[in-house]
Design a protein around this ligand. Structure first.
Ligand code: GLN
Length: 403
């Protein structure tokens, strides 16, 4: 295991939460809502338990859930989905990532990610002896919006070899908050068409969280891309219940069938009552205006945290969607210099400094880069704003006090 973990340093999200607990800081680290799961959602799971949905269910997904997902996603994908063969439920989207990589990559293959990337892609690849390669998003000079992060598609094209089996896309993007435009995705699709061996993992767990009216674009809708793409979603993210561990993949039957197999081997099935709970939550969400209120709530939290970061001199790159904002920590170079005798990455040291001195914990994103590009993260930290209003206010006043 040690050698397969590639010198990895444990789970950065668990470490940030433990550090925040130890120092009593405001935890803006791991992307989980600290406000309560909505009552209508909680009730759905409570009722499912009372209704005796407490045993194993179909490994590929509880029949009630996959039928409900079909009714939700048919219009979004503009298709008549087959609930039994084109949907695979997983124990959280993170397990979905593993299921996809174990299904489509052999040892020595490569998975290509847009950098910075959620480190679970690389960790899953490491476990499987699969290489991770990154193609960086580059910031245009003076960038203020996550929309200013651009992917060079020629660079992407050049990075693809016959060993590249999976291309991971992610919109809204963790950690930058970029929401890819249709045009940007079209350019990527043109590259995918040139490489018939590639499977696309389109991680869209923040699909219902775009801001300022921006649309969420689905890669699988582009010409020819349905047959090439597994889209990955998270009920935990959509319904603010990340501990339920219910995620799901949607794609063509030939790509989804292996996921049914791997799910039955790895966890047998995701938690049954919570799958039924998610189905019922989806049935209610639209009529209570849930999706609009989720996006509006997060947008207000984004604005509050970004204003405080700006006032504290930690220039934020304003996210267009999702849970996270990247902020520039170069104003703290006197307190935390780039060079350090212990060789610990600067972003990790800045996060410790902020936790101990200011009482705020974020996530260092050096682990979101491949080794050659890691210095791009030296002066950047990620903060999650999917937090309760009192926590956002507490973080804001600590930042303002320090400014
Ligand atoms: N996506 C979450 C984040 O980036 C973490 C999810 C997880 O740890 N499984 O904070």
């Amino acid at each position: 295991l040690e050698s397969r973990l590639n010198g990895g340093t444990g789970n950065i999200f668990a470490a940030a939460t433990a550090m925040a607990a130890e120092y009593g800081s405001v935890n803006l680290g791991q992307g989980f809502p600290s406000f309560p799961t909505p009552d209508f959602v909680k009730k759905c799971a409570a009722v499912a338990i009372t209704d005796n949905h407490n045993q194993y269910t179909r490994p590929a997904g509880n029949p009630v859930l996959v039928e409900t997902l079909k009714s939700i996603y048919d219009p979004l994908f503009n298709r008549n989905l087959d609930a039994m063969s084109e949907i695979a439920v997983c124990s959280g989207a993170q397990e979905g990532i593993y299921n996809i990589l174990v299904s489509f990559c052999d040892e020595g293959d490569t998975v290509l990610c847009v950098e910075p990337y959620f480190d679970a892609y690389k960790k899953a690849a490491d476990l499987l002896g699969v290489q991770t390669q990154g193609v960086p998003l580059r910031q245009t000079p003076g960038a203020t919006s996550a929309g200013d992060f651009k992917l060079d598609v020629d660079e992407l094209d050049k990075a693809i070899t016959s060993k590249t089996k999976v291309l991971v896309l992610n919109t809204p993007h963790n950690p930058t908050g970029k929401v890819f435009t249709r045009q940007e995705l079209e350019e990527i699709a043109a590259i995918v068409r040139k490489h018939p061996q590639l499977v696309v993992l389109s991680d869209e767990v923040y699909e219902f969280m775009t801001f300022d009216g921006l649309p969420h674009e689905r890669f699988a809708l582009l010409d020819g891309m349905w047959d090439r793409t597994i889209s990955l979603f998270s009920a935990g993210k959509t319904f603010s219940c990340t501990g339920w561990r219910v995620g799901y993949c949607i794609g063509p039957a030939h790509l989804v069938a292996p996921l049914h197999e791997t799910q039955s081997i790895i966890a047998f099935c995701a938690p049954t009552p919570l799958q039924v709970g998610v189905a019922r939550a989806f049935e209610t969400a639209e009529e209570v205006g849930y999706y609009e209120s989720l996006a509006a709530t997060l947008q207000a939290k984004r604005d509050a945290l970004c204003s405080a970061l700006s006032a504290a001199g930690m220039k934020p790159i304003i996210p267009q969607g999702g849970y996270f904002v990247l902020a520039d920590t170069s104003s703290l170079l006197d307190e935390v210099p780039v060079e350090s005798a212990d060789g610990v990455a600067r972003d990790v040291r800045v996060n410790e400094w902020l936790t101990k001195k200011l009482g705020i914990t974020g996530i260092p994103i050096s682990g979101f880069y491949s080794p050659g590009n890691r210095e791009l993260s030296d002066n950047v930290l990620r903060f999650a704003y999917c937090k309760s209003d009192p926590e956002i206010s507490a973080a804001a006043s600590k930042l303002l006090d320090a400014s």
